[in-house]
Design a protein. Structure first.
Length: 262
């Protein structure tokens, strides 16, 4: 566990049930997905940035976790700016590329919307433990235990895959077969990792079956997942952000329902 993970998991938000974090993120996401305008995305993004310090992440930790999002979101907007719907004054045109007032507006709205949708998930789930999330999904949302535990086991294997890749790379270097042919080396290591993953997955499935994970008998849980006042408060905050953003967009006439008639 890194220092950033340790700080995030000791914050007040870390003690909130992951199901509530998932619900709050969805409450923010759904209205923003239904519209493509600058106002709603901007309002939601500003409110999220104002509330970000309460998630238990300092600004250094916040940027360390979200810098990639701040890089990729403008690239998404750039694509829309070059190939989006043409409207208003045209500033540049070449082959299939057309930059106009309409495409620039859509590019800005898309960039802000991507940030407003993705940031809550990144910040809230920085303090989520996969086991706690699995407990919440199975006990509170009543998802099938087979699906939940299988997904949890698979997620736990990701770290091992990374370690296996490093071990394979060091082993090949020790044998002197990793000095040339980078592309060939990559596919060779990928195939070796695939074989290793299949073997490990088969062993894991057998071990879980032997321990009764595949039984049809209702299972018990080592830890009880609860949903109380803190969880409802977090979901209320997510709902408030969505309502304020939508209200601002409708009040200013910027609301652009993407499923509506052209």
């Amino acid at each position: 566990m890194t220092l950033l993970d340790a700080r995030a998991r000791t914050s007040a938000v870390a003690r909130i049930n992951p199901v509530a974090k998932l619900g709050a993120a969805m409450l923010i996401t759904v209205p923003l997905v239904l519209t493509l305008d600058v106002v709603s995305a901007t309002v939601a993004l500003v409110l999220e940035l104002m509330l970000a310090p309460f998630a238990g992440l300092g600004w250094r930790e916040f940027w360390a976790r979200t810098w990639l999002l701040w890089v990729l979101a403008p690239l998404t907007g750039l694509t829309i700016a070059l190939y989006g719907r043409t409207a208003g004054e045209v500033y540049f045109e070449w082959f299939a590329i057309t930059v106009s007032d309409g495409s620039l507006y859509l590019a800005l709205a898309t960039t802000l919307r991507v940030l407003a949708i993705a940031l809550p998930s990144v910040v809230l789930f920085a303090s989520v433990d996969p086991t706690d999330l699995a407990d919440g999904l199975a006990q509170i949302l009543k998802l099938p235990s087979r699906f939940v535990l299988g997904a949890l086991a698979g997620l736990r294997m990701v770290g091992l895959f990374i370690d296996d890749w490093r071990s394979l790379e060091l082993a090949r270097r020790a044998r002197g077969v990793a000095d040339r042919g980078r592309l060939r080396r990559f596919f060779g290591m990928a195939f070796a990792l695939l074989v290793l993953s299949i073997r490990r997955g088969a062993k894991l499935a057998t071990a879980m079956e032997a321990r009764g994970f595949g039984s049809d008998i209702p299972r018990t849980w080592a830890r009880t997942s609860t949903f109380g006042g803190r969880e409802w408060a977090l979901m209320a905050v997510g709902l408030a952000i969505a309502v304020i953003a939508v209200t601002a967009a409708i009040a200013t006439g910027a609301w652009n329902f993407i499923l509506g008639p052209e």
